[in-house]
Write a protein that binds this ligand. Structure first.
Ligand code: UDH
Ligand code: NGS
Length: 383
């Protein structure tokens, strides 16, 4: 009888332990279900910023803002600070990326108290080893820009970089020209600061691993090598699209990017070919670091597929020395040093040149009484 009782006792204990283990294992799933219901019942218009707790999708991926708030306490820059360590202690690997509705730029600003006007940042507690400018070609993608800024600022802060974010905004409705905007970004950014690396960054690509360091290599770097839309693989060997990084010397060695690709497609392939024509090769981060999530979208109005792109690509060998930084023409419409980025609006003309260019758009109604020159006259911030 006694033996039977203790058998039952052991049986119950075993069952209890199993239940505890099962409960622990299902905690994550439980979290997901709770979050789902919270989302359903949340008042419309309120946003929950993504945190580590709201998802397990990334398999233990970090909240991009984790540990950064400690920096605020230490904020006390001195001129005699030591260099930051070669590997930042803030880097943590995979980052959780999601796109909650209702996110505002004011929220992004509040999350980034150490970012200065014009989107400039320097680590508060050490001297950065690298100075990186981010150049983003832009028109009519404010909803993507908001998410990119939400993720990119803390991502770069985790890497202890001295950085600045430049939005190069194409004025008017004429066909979009991504590569020419990049050339303008290069010239405008270098006018302001002696950057040692420039990242040319599509607005809709969010880096998913902070070990993808935003610094330059000995050769031009293609960073966006593993995008979700391509199954986290390179779509083809010579692909150079999305996000790339060049030092000023590398950029000038290949005469920058082409100015004459109007509309979608081919310009990134032309840039890839220029790299090898200029005697360099494409460097790439490890596949597990160069991961990006693309914010889904359709082809934009004003950026139709360029039917001439294949013919143009066939001639890159003849054209690269004639078309590029040495033939770049544009007019700056305005320079605004906003809390999270510098916004440089430019008139880039048309295929026929700058003279026949579309008229620059009038300033937005609220700013009508302010002359554009006033903005342009504002000195760039020196962090
Ligand atoms: N961009 C804008 N506004 C535009 C067009 C492009 O800001 O109107 C910028 C933006 O930074 C964007 C980049 O240029 O990330 C590249 O343009 P894209 O996103 O349209 O190109 P992508 O190749 O996507 O990433 C195209 C989607 C469908 C292509 C189908 C063609 N067969
Ligand atoms: C190639 C395009 C590139 C483009 C890439 C990925 O075919 O410009 O596809 O496009 N080259 C030409 O058209 C010559 S994507 O799948 O992102 O739409 O970047």
């Amino acid at each position: 009888m006694v033996a039977l009782q203790s058998k039952w006792r052991y049986g119950f204990m075993f069952l209890g332990i199993q239940l505890v283990v099962m409960a622990l294992l299902s905690r994550e799933g439980y979290h997901r279900r709770v979050t789902y219901f919270i989302r359903i019942f949340r008042r419309p218009g309120t946003t929950s910023l993504p945190t580590r707790n709201v998802t397990t999708e990334g398999g233990g991926a970090l909240d991009v803002y984790s540990n950064l708030s400690n920096l605020i306490l230490k904020y006390n820059r001195r001129d005699d600070m030591k260099f930051c360590p070669k590997t930042s202690p803030l880097v943590g690997g995979p980052i959780h990326v999601s796109f909650p509705s209702g996110l505002t730029l004011a929220q992004v600003e509040a999350k980034n108290p150490l970012v200065m006007h014009g989107g400039r940042y320097r680590p508060p507690d050490c001297e950065a080893r690298h100075k990186t400018a981010i150049i983003i070609p832009h028109r009519n993608r404010e909803h993507h820009l908001k998410y990119l800024l939400y993720y990119l600022h803390p991502f770069l802060q985790r890497q202890q970089l001295n950085y600045g974010i430049y939005i190069i905004h194409q004025a008017g409705n004429y066909t979009f020209n991504r590569a020419k905007l990049m050339n303008i970004g290069f010239r405008e950014a270098m006018r302001e600061e002696d950057w040692d690396c420039l990242f040319f960054h599509d607005v809709d690509l969010i880096p998913e691993d902070d070990r993808n360091t935003y610094i330059c290599d000995a050769n031009p770097k293609h960073a966006a090598i593993a995008m979700d839309k391509f199954g986290y693989k390179l779509p083809y060997n010579m692909y150079f699209g999305g996000v790339s990084a060049l030092s000023p010397l590398q950029y000038l060695k290949m005469n920058g990017f082409p100015n004459n690709y109007w509309g979608w497609g081919g310009e990134d392939d032309d840039i890839g070919v220029r790299v090898s024509l200029a005697g360099m090769h494409i460097s790439r981060p490890p596949l597990k670091h160069g991961r990006y999530k693309m914010i889904k979208h359709k082809l934009d109005q004003g950026n139709d597929v360029n039917p001439k792109r294949f013919n143009m690509l066939a001639k890159t060998r003849q054209t690269w020395k004639l078309d590029g930084m040495n033939s770049l023409e544009y007019e700056v419409v305005s320079r605004q040093y906003l809390p999270l980025y510098a916004n440089i609006t430019v008139n880039i003309g048309t295929e026929k040149g700058l003279k026949l260019a579309v008229k620059a758009p009038p300033p937005p109604p609220a700013a009508k009484d302010k002359p554009i020159d006033k903005e342009a006259a504002k000195a760039p911030p020196k962090p």
